[in-house]
Design a protein around this ligand. Structure first.
Ligand code: FAD
Length: 519
């Protein structure tokens, strides 16, 4: 019988098949030649002690024991070109996985995306980085693959539904992602590999009879007697269907405004906001791995930190080891930061959002903006940061200790943020209570992670698109909007996901719910 084993080995052994075989043969007292195959089921790093270990769960097959290589395949899709049509607005993870699921269920998705395909999008990313030009339809948040395309591609989620998570990971593998993502405790794909996977998903949707329309912005939702009839695009074209998955992401402010104007029920939702901190990856490695040099077998170290400061949660968000800070504005006149990394995470810098949880009462004056109060609060900070940094895509920046001491930094070294930085006292960007919590919080972080609080670390502002400032409420059982029949608010923008995997899961769920109604 093949044996399942839990083990703890050095990073060197974990990284080398021969060494691992040798190690296991000693553990189970057989010669290495007798081991036919080792399947790795799980792998995680245990950095709690000075000597870092890799925890692994493996299955060992000895010679003669039945072993078959399993290849992860796509589900069987059938042609849906003449099937019932379902409109999917947004080609982010929620929209794309909804579309795939619809095809699997025998329904025809019409995916409508305001941005360009992954290739066309690259030119606009260059324009924002180099020329400080923001294209309102094609940027780091908008375009094929949504906000997840040019990201770190971290694939972990707090979702407890492991089966749902595994299904999405397996689909990603079937579309070309490395099988390692099924094994690693903290899998990620990387910006260089995501576009091809997304392109292949789109091609599959089209191959089986779905439609994908780029450069097509939805400007109106047609509703009659509280039931969806279809959408209108920026060119005035109408696309009709009484089933609509709205997966437009957390940055589609025009969609939130449209729903509010049409009196389609939405509500303000708390989110988190703060700065993006950049350290050298070497420093983060030395803190996390308690060593001077990481060595060749350990990956660039991530970190995750949470503190309660003045009664609020302050925490690291979307940490990118070996990554780069990206300009993620979606309109001219604002600046926004986020981070990405290549699959090897081989940049010399490590960045992370450091954010504070907000409460509805922070969004003042609430009465004036109602459901859009959080969005307006977010917008005002992004616009203020834009103004303070010189009205380009440069962002306000400050050295970390200078910030905790309310001192404008005399100089800011070059950081990974390509458009550049302007030395600004961060206290000017945020309301007083937020700056105060951030100042206190960084001191607390420095106590937990020795060396983290340093003037070598540069804060960039703001990190403001952590999750949606609006919820589009839906029935928890049917996923249909509480007021509008046939409307399925979906993914991060609707307030039901936070990250690539949970958005993809939500997309699939919305598709399944629609299929239920058509049975
Ligand atoms: P989105 O991905 O936002 O997609 C919405 C889509 O709708 C967009 O393509 C948009 O163009 C389109 N759209 C909007 N309005 C309209 C309209 N009116 N008409 C037509 N189309 C419209 N998450 C992780 O899990 N791991 C990470 O490592 C990670 N890194 C990130 C790095 C960056 C730089 C960014 C910006 C985000 C990152 N995220 C990461 C967050 C993640 O990308 C999102 O949580 C996820 O993409 C949300 O999926 P979604 O499909 O709900 O929405």
């Amino acid at each position: 019988m093949p044996r399942e084993l839990l083990l703890q080995v050095t990073p060197e052994i974990a990284a080398n098949e021969l060494l691992l075989k040798d190690y296991l043969s000693k553990q189970i007292k057989v010669s290495p030649k007798e081991i036919q195959h080792i399947t790795i089921l799980k792998r995680s790093i245990d950095a709690r002690q000075k000597a870092i270990k890799i925890n692994m769960k493996v299955i060992i097959y000895l010679q003669g024991e039945p072993f078959q290589e399993t290849k992860i395949e796509l589900p069987i899709y059938k042609d849906v070109s003449s099937a019932q049509e379902v409109i999917v607005v947004g080609a982010g993870p929620a929209g794309l996985f909804a579309a795939l699921q619809l095809i699997e269920l025998g329904l025809k998705p019409i995916v409508i995306e305001r941005g360009k395909d992954v290739r066309g999008r690259r030119r606009d990313l260059k324009a924002i980085n180099v020329d400080h030009l923001v294209n309102e339809d094609s940027n780091y948040c908008f375009g094929e693959g949504g906000a997840g395309t040019y990201s770190d591609g971290k694939l972990y989620t707090r979702s407890k539904k492991r089966g749902d998570v595994t299904r999405i990971l397996e689909l990603l593998v079937a579309f070309g992602a490395s099988e390692d993502i099924l094994v690693e405790a903290h899998p990620h794909i990387g910006t260089n590999k995501l576009p091809k996977i997304i392109e292949d998903i789109r091609n599959k949707i089209i191959e089986f009879g779905g439609q994908v329309l780029f450069d097509t912005r939805v400007t109106d939702i047609l509703v009659k007697n509280n039931e969806v009839e279809g959408i209108v695009t920026q060119n005035g074209d109408k696309i009709l269907s009484n089933k609509l998955i709205l997966a437009t992401g957390h940055s589609a402010r025009d969609i939130f405004e449209l729903l509010d104007k049409k009196k389609i029920f939405i509500e303000a939702k708390p989110f988190a906001l703060g700065v993006r901190a950049e350290h050298s990856q070497e420093l983060i490695d030395s803190i996390q791995y308690s060593c001077d040099y990481r060595g060749e077998h350990l990956p660039p170290a991530p970190y995750s930190i949470v503190k309660q400061v003045n009664g609020r949660g302050m925490y690291s968000f979307c940490m990118c080891p070996g990554g780069v800070i990206a300009p993620c504005a979606t309109s001219p006149g604002e600046v926004v930061t986020n981070g990405w990394s290549p699959s090897k995470r081989d940049q010399v810098t490590a960045n992370s959002g450091i954010v504070i949880e907000l409460k509805l009462e922070d969004f003042k004056p609430f009465e004036k903006f109602g459901a859009l109060a959080g969005m307006e609060f977010q917008k005002s900070i992004e616009q203020k940061a834009w103004h303070l940094a010189g009205e380009t895509q440069k962002v306000p920046a400050q050295r970390m200790i200078d910030f905790t001491q309310n001192k404008v930094s005399a100089d800011i070294p070059k950081t990974s943020y390509v458009p550049g930085t302007t030395s600004v006292e961060m206290g000017q960007v945020f309301p007083g209570f937020l700056s105060q919590i951030l100042r206190e919080g960084f001191k607390e972080f420095g106590k937990s992670m020795r060396g983290y609080l340093t003037n070598e670390a540069i804060l960039h502002a703001p990190e403001s698109r952590t999750s949606s400032p609006v919820r589009i409420p839906r029935d928890p059982i049917t996923y249909e909007h509480l007021q509008i029949k046939g409307l399925y608010p979906c993914g991060e923008g609707a307030g039901y996901a936070g990250g690539i995997i949970s958005a993809a899961i939500d997309g699939e769920k919305c598709a399944l719910m629609i299929a239920e109604t058509l049975k």
